[in-house]
Design a protein around this ligand. Structure first.
Ligand code: ATP
Ligand code: MG
Length: 439
């Protein structure tokens, strides 16, 4: 079932030394489901010290990544593989961390601590699939079920609530009834989970193939981690351009968008300020003046709260601020935009605008999508031909202008002036033409 050479090598070597070893968790689940597997975690009866000795004496590099939890990383064929000693967990504190971790002799004890049945299977070539909690059956029926008492499991570690959404979003599984009840019952425990971990899971939820269904069905969980979205739920836009309430529109936008973190985050937050910027005119039509500005501000505060990196925050902020700005499919206009904001902003903005358009009422979509695609094509063409839209690309620099007798502020103004002429295609970007133009 799993025939990755690095994985087989590790298991064989541990077995040769008399230890038990299995692939465990997500890799077993994904292999059984016929999905691509990323990294295969290994679980073993060998203690971290024993694992280290076995691999170092066979010439492998071993990194003590999480000794406290029984994990070391072994470098095999240039790839880091995590090997964790069979362990049980007990006495959880903060609804998140086990106070004590104990090594156990048998894989069954290790599988018991795992969150969902489909994640609690182990496998090796000699013993085949070890499935003590019905994970295989649940894979077949596409069911996500907590191992043991769901309510207790989410109380032990509330992050599992978001992990449940991650697997629903990735696999399209239905959450078993008791597990689902326990998710909603314990949703407030998420407030005690570290923001970094919440964000890591949010990223994974947004990445899933079934993200739309997940964000709709588990909106109560999403509103717990981003309370500002709650006001969007069921908010009637009173507009012929919109077929959905604000939250459903947001979710559809995420669903239509390119599967890339920054794009999906911007989609999730692009209309977040709509309920806070709503007015109705004399004809009963809804307007959301200023929701782009206000939304950008709200997004910054939400993402800062989730400890997101500054670059992602800056991109999302600008894109939300500009999400209703039309960039005409015109070479000069596109260059002007690139000159002001750079390629990355343009690219993400276009992705968001396309997804946003698709999530509108059907009749208003096609033109906007076509135009956005055309803009991106023009931008890509500008980039690939190396056409000038920045001062750096200009064929003259400050020193050249100094030689012409310009000084200080004059130089800066002249360079900006020349860049504008080049962008507007009034002068060619070569030294001779530019110097002539300056005269
Ligand atoms: P993915 O494909 O998204 O990485 P995964 O199942 O590999 O899914 P990981 O977060 O990499 O998920 O965790 C690996 C395994 O460790 C899980 O399959 C599960 O058995 C166990 N696990 C991880 N986190 C928890 C947790 N908080 N509670 C219980 N078990 C957990
Ligand atoms: Mg994993």
């Amino acid at each position: 079932m799993i025939n990755k050479p690095s994985t087989l090598k590790i298991i064989n070597l541990l077995q040769n030394y008399g230890f038990k070893a299995y692939v465990v968790g997500g890799a077993v689940r994904d292999a059984y489901l016929g999905l691509e597997i990323n990294d295969a975690d290994i679980t073993t009866s060998a203690t971290p010290t024993e694992v280290t000795t076995v691999f170092e004496s066979n010439g492998y590099r071993v990194i003590p990544t999480g000794i406290k939890h029984g994990t070391v990383t072994v470098l095999v064929d240039g790839e880091g593989v995590e090997i964790t000693t069979f362990r049980s967990e007990s006495n959880y504190v903060d609804n998140r961390h086990p106070e004590s971790v104990e090594f156990v002799d048998d894989v069954s004890g290790d599988l018991l601590r795992r969150d969902f049945t489909v994640n609690a299977m182990a496998y090796n070539e000699t013993e085949g699939l070890i499935d003590l909690y019905g994970g295989k059956n649940d894979c077949d029926s596409k069911i996500l079920r907590a191992v043991g008492n769901a309510n207790e499991r989410f109380n032990e570690d509330a992050l599992r609530i978001l992990r449940a959404l991650r697997f629903v979003s990735k696999l399209g599984f239905t959450v078993e009834k008791e597990t689902s009840k326990a998710i909603f019952k314990n949703v407030n425990l998420l407030n005690g989970i570290s923001k970094e971990r919440v964000y890591q899971e949010l990223v994974k939820i947004l990445k899933g193939k079934y993200v739309e269904e997940t964000l709709l069905k588990y909106k109560k969980v999403i509103f717990e981690i981003i309370p500002e979205l709650k006001a969007c739920d069921g908010f009637d836009q009173k507009s012929k351009y919109h077929a959905y309430d604000v939250y459903t529109h947001i979710v559809k936008t995420v669903g239509y968008s390119k599967n890339e973190n920054v794009v999906r985050l911007a989609c999730l937050l692009h209309d977040i300020a709509k309920p806070y910027s709503f007015t109705v005119d004399e004809f009963g039509r809804g307007h959301f003046y200023g929701h782009q500005e206000k939304g950008a501000e709200m997004a910054v505060s939400i993402l800062k709260g989730l400890k997101v990196d500054n670059k992602t925050i800056a991109t999302v902020e600008t894109v939300i601020r500009l999400h209703d700005t039309v960039i005409p499919a015109n070479r000069v206009k596109v260059k002007k935009f690139l000159s002001k904001h750079g390629y990355e902003i343009l690219r993400v903005l276009i992705e968001v605008r396309i997804a946003d358009a698709l999530a509108h009422a059907v009749t208003y979509v096609k033109e906007r999508v076509e135009e956005s695609k055309a803009v991106l094509e023009i931008a890509n063409d500008i980039i690939s031909k190396g056409e000038c839209f920045t001062l750096k690309q200009l064929a003259v620099n400050g020193t050249d202008l100094e030689k012409q007798g310009l000084k200080g502020e004059e130089i800066k103004n002249a360079l900006n002036f020349l860049l504008r002429l080049v962008i507007e295609e009034r002068v060619e970007n070569n030294k001779q033409s530019l110097l002539k133009a300056i005269k």
